[in-house]
Design a protein around this ligand. Structure first.
Ligand code: TRH
Length: 387
């Protein structure tokens, strides 16, 4: 089998990444990380986004073009908006099923790219550990009618196992983590000796229950601005008896992505939500509680169970994860320092397991390389990394 092309081996291509911001920060968060990592690997990236305001704090300067390799463009999503008069690209990515008008695809992605090879059109999907993800990753979606008839869009599914599209991870992540001084980071923020907890969540009903756990009686809570701070205000701050006297809290303004990542490295317990912050919590290798994006029909409960099966962590942690996500009937044992220590061991083991796999960028580049080299043959890129 041919070796997986490393990011630096791949000649620069022009990538158009499209992002439609629905709500919260996950769409822009994932698309921005992808763009930044593509650019760091020497690729040329145009990010098309319909609401770039979150980038002002997530990636200061990005809109002004201060990040080498990435240009941020406004994406007017009106159906009749004329396509831009720019040189066509080589790869076009629709983030999370955001539909790019046919005229734009036709203008930015002719079937044959600048070097005579086929261009590649991808739909980047949401992250899930459910078994169908591996089955669906890399499937073609042929266009059967309209002006793009005969073209093919490919499904790209990120995931936790080697048979999926992988997880975003910067090439220098491990080195930056090794250099990071958590105690110095904490000292800059507050003089507090107890455990540190970061809270990034929607409105988990179990929040008051978590706050009073024995391991967290003297915790310092770092609460993210926005929905997390509102949940804290409504469920904890509004009920003075709900907060143990030894606990302290700081509400933190939204910070750039790399600073958010460091917060997770510095804490003893990370409550995260959505998808991108979950991945960051996995890299942080600290005990985590993940709140999934709630869906009306509770479809997120199946997604949670799939994640728990893949993670294979301590049963008391799985029980807390269910409670944190409002799964009925979950019984949570008291969260003690000893329990927190076993969660930490499990988190470290999971990070090690993931680090043994190729990251998403490596797999994405391999996928695109494969599609450009052999159009119309087997649907999957070569396997990338150890099983
Ligand atoms: O904001 P989210 O809840 O995003 C959600 C989910 O992705 C969900 O699946 C999707 O359907 C919905 O959006 C539309 O959580 P997520 O995915 O963790 O994204 C948050 C991003 O914000 C992540 O990139 C980290 C970033 N962030 C910062 O950069 N600085 C901060 O201070 C904070 C709190 C977050």
């Amino acid at each position: 089998m041919a070796p997986t092309p490393r990011a630096t081996d791949t000649p620069p291509l022009t990538w158009d990444v499209f992002c439609h911001v629905i709500d919260n920060w996950g769409d822009v968060g994932v698309c921005w990380r992808l763009c930044r990592q593509l650019a760091a690997a020497g690729q040329r990236v145009r990010l098309w986004i319909d609401d770039a305001t979150a980038l002002d704090w997530m990636a200061p300067g990005a809109r002004r073009g201060t990040v080498p390799g990435v240009r941020v463009h406004e994406w007017p999503r009106q159906a009749d908006a004329p396509p831009p008069a720019l040189d066509p690209g080589d790869v076009l990515i629709e983030g999370f099923g955001c539909h790019v008008p046919d005229a734009w695809v036709a203008a930015l992605l002719p079937p044959v790219a600048h070097d005579g090879r086929p261009s590649v059109w991808l739909n980047l999907e949401y992250l899930s550990a459910e078994p169908w993800v591996a089955r669906s990753h890399g499937l073609p979606s042929p266009v059967l009618s309209g002006t793009l008839r005969g073209r093919t869009k490919w499904f790209y599914f990120p995931g936790f196992t080697v048979d999926t599209g992988g997880l975003l991870r910067e090439a220098d992540l491990a080195q930056r983590q090794a250099r990071f001084d958590a105690m110095a980071w904490r000292a800059r923020l507050a003089p507090h000796a107890g455990p540190w907890v970061s809270l990034f969540c929607y409105e988990p009903r179990a929040l008051p229950q978590l706050v009073v756990q024995p391991a967290l009686h003297t915790a310092h809570w770092l609460v993210a601005a926005g929905r997390s701070a509102a949940a804290w205000a409504a469920q904890v701050a509004a009920h003075p008896a709900a907060c143990p006297p030894g606990a302290t809290v700081q509400v933190l303004d939204a910070v750039p992505q790399c600073a958010f990542d460091e917060r997770l490295w510095a804490c003893d317990l990370n409550a995260v939500r959505g998808e991108d912050s979950l991945v960051r919590a996995l890299w942080a290798a600290r005990p985590l509680l993940w709140q999934l994006y709630p869906q009306d029909d509770d479809a997120h409960h199946a997604k949670l169970e799939a994640f728990l099966r893949w993670f294979d962590g301590p049963p008391d942690w799985a029980a807390w994860m269910r409670t944190w996500n409002g799964v009925p009937g979950a019984e949570t044992p008291a969260l003690t320092p000893a329990r927190l220590a076993t969660w930490r061991e499990a988190a470290a083991a999971t990070r090690a397991r993931l680090l043994a796999q190729d990251d998403m960028l490596t797999r994405l580049l391999a996928f695109v390389h494969h599609r450009r080299a052999a159009p119309g043959d087997a649907r999957h890129a070569p396997a990338t990394g150890p099983g």
